[in-house]
Design a protein around this ligand. Structure first.
Ligand SMILES: Cc1cc2nc3c(=O)[nH]c(=O)nc-3n(C[C@H](O)[C@H](O)[C@H](O)COP(=O)(O)OP(=O)(O)OC[C@H]3O[C@@H](n4cnc5c(N)ncnc54)[C@H](O)[C@@H]3O)c2cc1C
Ligand code: SF4
Length: 478
């Protein structure tokens, strides 16, 4: 009976939830996809071929039990589907929205490989958990018994929050420190609402708070409290501070007014969506309204900037990237969304400086071509001599990627070892750093990465911390 509802991929075509019209969605910061209707979600889940060796599961960093929760969805057993899905993923509704599924689960779906179009795993994962929230199945954590030990988590992004959740489930006392006024890290202040509405994140934070996780916000570790003081107050520490140092550009007039960093631009926009007062936005400095905007970069951050600028009412929005469409790091789905919304991509172009009067007036652009593959096998861009031109701009947004801050120096902890890239050196299995009782997860270990990897790290580190606390307890009892 159950099996009859599956394997429908030959007769049922792949479908995503409806996308809002580009002209309408470009006017606001709401998510662009609607929810699946119940029948549609069941029908799409029923396309799964129930592989014996599910590559989708292997390629999901959390090894979600995808075929099983698809089957339960197809059978209308949504609460069971939710229980199974949340057993391996702390924030399934968030991953369902923003994982680059084309590179992870869906990109490895056997049906996709056979040309029938992938099962829309992400959209169904989102549907299951959104339904669970609507139905009241998502409950605050209630540990069976409380433990005396306390753990500090520095950084309230997905890595830190996933660890907080896992530790609280075991009754550990958890305090999350963050320098921002709201928890969520890049989920709150980096990723725009049209990909991830802020209520979704805030609901999770409220759930963690109701489950007993303590948040110490507006607390910049290294400034407001010393790292050593935190170590002294808690039995173990997890560092989950992310990477925030923006890569920069040089050349003439690189410091001109109107050339801004992507993280500042996106944070200001997200703060406005919360209704905050943001002087740098209100003064016009970080507002694209009426401006000719040029975004430099080809990753997900650049995609978020161009689409934010469209929504702010820019006069025009162009994205300069030094390789071509096929060789950009950003998701192809996001490029298509951006193009539909009116963004123009200028491939094979790189900035070599800027023209400016009182403020920036244009970008000095070099045209590029793709040369021989480099050591990584990727074709290296080369300058085409004599083909330079000026791209006029009133606002230039630099979205060239992020690097780690120098934590040992900022925090005065020389014993905390870092790699040659400045990321914290941590064991990839246990997440233990060079300092006893100190663990590290997410972007500060991996470099700029993905939400789903931060969640995996956080869950694994929580396991290691529990083992460590148990060992300390056992030694104390001897
Ligand atoms: C614009 C943008 C768009 C993205 N889009 C996607 C996407 O669509 N899908 C996806 O999977 N990934 C995306 N990513 C990547 C993803 O957001 C990150 O990989 C993920 O958030 C990393 O999680 P984290 O917990 O390691 O760090 P973060 O989310 O960066 O959180 C770190 C937290 O630590 C806090 N902190 C830092 N230093 C201190 C200190 N000294 N004291 C106290 N607190 C501190 C910060 O305030 C922050 O809240 C995007 C990233 C950006 C920048
Ligand atoms: S967590 Fe991400 S990769 Fe894993 S199933 Fe969900 S959408 Fe796919």
């Amino acid at each position: 009976m159950a099996q009859n509802r599956m394997l429908q991929f030959v007769t049922v075509p792949k479908a995503m939830p409806d996308k809002r019209d580009a002209n309408v969605r470009a006017q606001d910061f709401h998510e662009i996809y609607r929810e699946f209707a119940d029948a549609k979600a069941a029908e799409q889940a029923g396309r799964c071929s129930q592989c014996g060796v599910p590559y989708c599961q292997t390629h999901c960093p959390l090894h979600n039990n995808i075929p099983d929760w698809l089957r339960l969805t197809a059978e209308g057993r949504l609460q069971e589907a939710y229980e199974l899905s949340q057993a391996t993923n702390t924030f399934p509704e968030i991953c369902g929205r923003i994982c680059p599924q084309d590179r992870l689960c869906e990109g490895n779906c056997v049906i996709e490989q056979s040309g029938h179009g992938t099962v829309t795993i992400g959209a169904i994962e989102k549907y299951i958990t959104d339904t669970a929230w609507d139905m009241g199945w998502v409950k605050p954590v209630k540990p069976r018994e409380e433990r005396a030990e306390s753990v500090a988590i520095i950084g309230a992004g997905p890595g830190g929050l996933a660890a907080a959740d896992a530790l609280r489930r075991q009754g550990v006392q958890v305090t999350v420190y963050d320098r921002y006024d709201r928890a969520g890290g890049l989920l709150t202040y980096g990723i725009p609402g049209f990909k991830l509405e802020k209520d979704v994140v805030m609901n999770r934070i409220a759930q963690l708070e109701q489950g007993g996780v303590q948040f110490q916000l507006n607390c910049n570790v290294g400034e407001d409290i010393a790292f050593d003081a935190i170590r002294g107050k808690h039995d173990a520490v997890i560092i989950a501070t992310g990477v925030y140092k923006s890569r920069d550009l040089g050349g003439p007039n690189a410091e001109a007014e109107g050339i801004v960093r992507a993280i500042d631009y996106l944070t200001a926009s997200n703060r406005k969506s919360f209704g905050d007062e943001v002087p740098e936005f209100d003064s016009g400095e970080l507002d694209a309204k009426g401006k000719r905007v040029v975004v430099i970069g080809g990753g997900d951050t650049a995609m978020d900037c161009v689409r934010t600028a469209i929504r702010q009412g820019a006069q025009s929005v162009k994205c300069l990237y030094r390789r071509d469409r096929a060789n950009m790091p950003g998701s192809q789905r996001e490029v298509a969304n951006a193009e539909e919304e009116g963004v123009e991509f200028v491939w094979l172009t790189a900035p070599k400086g800027f023209t400016a009067g009182d403020a920036v007036e244009g970008v000095l652009v070099e045209r590029m071509r793709l040369g021989a593959p480099d050591a990584t096998g990727r074709q290296a861009p080369e300058v085409i001599e004599g083909a330079d031109y000026i791209e006029e701009a009133d606002l230039v947004i630099k979205a060239l990627g992020f690097e780690p801050e120098d934590l040992p120096q900022l925090w005065g902890t020389e014993g905390l070892e870092v790699t040659r890239w400045g990321t914290i050196k941590a064991n990839f299995g246990t997440h233990a750093t060079s300092l006893p009782g100190v663990y590290a997860v997410g972007d500060i270990v991996r470099g700029a990465s993905l939400v789903v990897w931060a969640i995996r790290d956080g869950r694994e580190a929580a396991e290691s911390v529990l083992g460590y606390l148990n060992e300390v307890q056992a030694v104390a009892a001897e």
